[in-house]
Ligand binder design. Structure first.
Ligand SMILES: C[S@@+](CC[C@H](N)C(=O)[O-])C[C@H]1O[C@@H](n2cnc3c(N)ncnc32)[C@H](O)[C@@H]1O
Length: 362
């Protein structure tokens, strides 16, 4: 297990010198503003907590004890795997190990987050035009697929921000009864949601865990220093922007099954983890969330919401995304998995593309 450096964001006010050293200061925006960059959207809109209701669809089930699988149905399974997985399995004559499939997924997914999308689109259109003029049929077909993917990525991630979805995440995370919480992020990848939580509930610590070292060095390591997370200034209680470099974050490269922690976290969160476990393994995945929580602590889980939009996304982006077992589910299905595995559901709903559940261990 290796440990990243920690910095204490609480002792330094958010607008302190640290962000000026790391370049974030050059891109400061005022609260309430949004700006489109070449790879992603900067978004400091909606500082008012009350207005966040608009960004989450809550359709509450009041009594989970009466909900059955017959009522809610079963998740949809995504089965169009990336060719990289098939090739690996042919070459190795074996099923790809789960950790290897995550390693391939993370490298592929990261390559999308760091793209200068307008530049890539222009480059591809030029290549496409040359392929047409040269009557290169096979190249035309493959470039058409690439153009479709980049157009979808541009809309889904860069223009409409459906993956990071800061306003939806803040709507889901709001109103927790915590003070300077210790936050544990299981399968953290780039750590986005731990940073959003830290900004909203500053002063504690977030521990990010992923067994793929590339996530620490690249997905988190290269996460933009100038990305503003809308949160609160602990000194004044007023809204302010937090930056990665100002937060107290530790990154552990470790298998979740080997973590040394006890019941010591106020919040345990995962984003896009539960849906990667077939039903017989879901109890183990849910136990990972329970075993590190303090009594009364919050488990926060999100999974992709089953809709035509997410089906289309995983269909078109299959080459980039589908290395692992994956389900798409409704928030009712997700809540029922959690309820049946010993959690009381405090809030459940869906944001742009993910279901979100806030729960406590029974
Ligand atoms: C689907 S990703 C999470 C989604 C994430 N928000 C993203 O953008 O990719 C799940 C992450 O969990 C990690 N992971 C899966 N099983 C793990 C385990 N047993 N221990 C540690 N990390 C694990 C993977 O390496 C991967 O980075």
């Amino acid at each position: 297990m290796s440990t990243g450096t920690t910095k204490n964001g609480f002792e330094k006010p958010p607008e302190a010198a640290q962000t000026e050293q790391n370049g974030a200061a050059q891109h400061r925006m005022d609260l309430g503003q949004t700006r489109l960059g070449p790879s992603f959207r900067y978004d400091l809109r909606s500082p008012d907590m009350a207005k966040l209701d608009r960004f989450i669809v809550e359709n509450p089930i009041r009594d989970w004890s009466v909900v059955t699988w017959k009522d809610v149905g079963r998740p949809f399974r995504v089965e169009n795997y990336a060719s990289g997985k098939r090739v690996w399995e042919e070459q190795n004559g074996d099923r790809m190990p789960i950790q290897t499939s995550w390693e391939m997924f993370n490298r592929s997914f990261h390559s999308w987050f760091v793209k200068d999308v307008p530049h890539e689109q222009r480059r591809m259109v030029g290549q496409f035009a040359r392929a047409i003029l040269g009557f290169r049929g096979a190249e035309i077909g493959s470039l058409l697929g690439d153009l479709q993917q980049i157009a979808l990525w541009n809309t889904a991630h860069r223009l409409t921000d459906t993956i990071w979805d800061p306003r939806g995440k803040r709507a889901l995370f709001r109103g927790l009864d915590v003070n300077r919480p210790r936050i544990l992020f299981l399968g953290a990848a780039e750590g986005y949601e731990a940073m959003q939580l830290f900004a909203m509930y500053p002063g504690g610590e977030a521990v990010l865990v992923d067994y793929d070292a590339f996530c620490q060095t690249h997905r988190f390591g290269e996460f933009p220093e100038d990305y503003p997370f809308l949160g609160v200034n602990p000194k004044t209680g007023s809204p302010c922007a937090w930056y990665k470099g100002d937060m107290n974050l530790a990154y552990l490269v470790s298998d979740i099954r080997q973590l040394p922690f006890r019941h010591e976290f106020d919040i345990v969160i995962s984003v896009g983890l539960l849906e990667h476990f077939p039903d017989e393994y879901k109890p183990e995945c849910l136990e990972w969330h329970r075993k590190f929580l303090k009594p009364g602590g919050y488990a926060i889980l999100t999974t992709p919401h089953h809709s035509w939009k997410t089906r289309l996304f995983y269909h078109i982006m299959g080459e980039a995304m589908n290395y692992t077992y994956r389900e798409l589910m409704s928030v009712q299905q997700m809540g029922l998995y959690m309820y049946e595995n010993g959690f009381n559901i405090l809030r459940h709903g869906y944001i742009k593309t993910h279901n979100g559940v806030i729960a406590r261990a029974r």
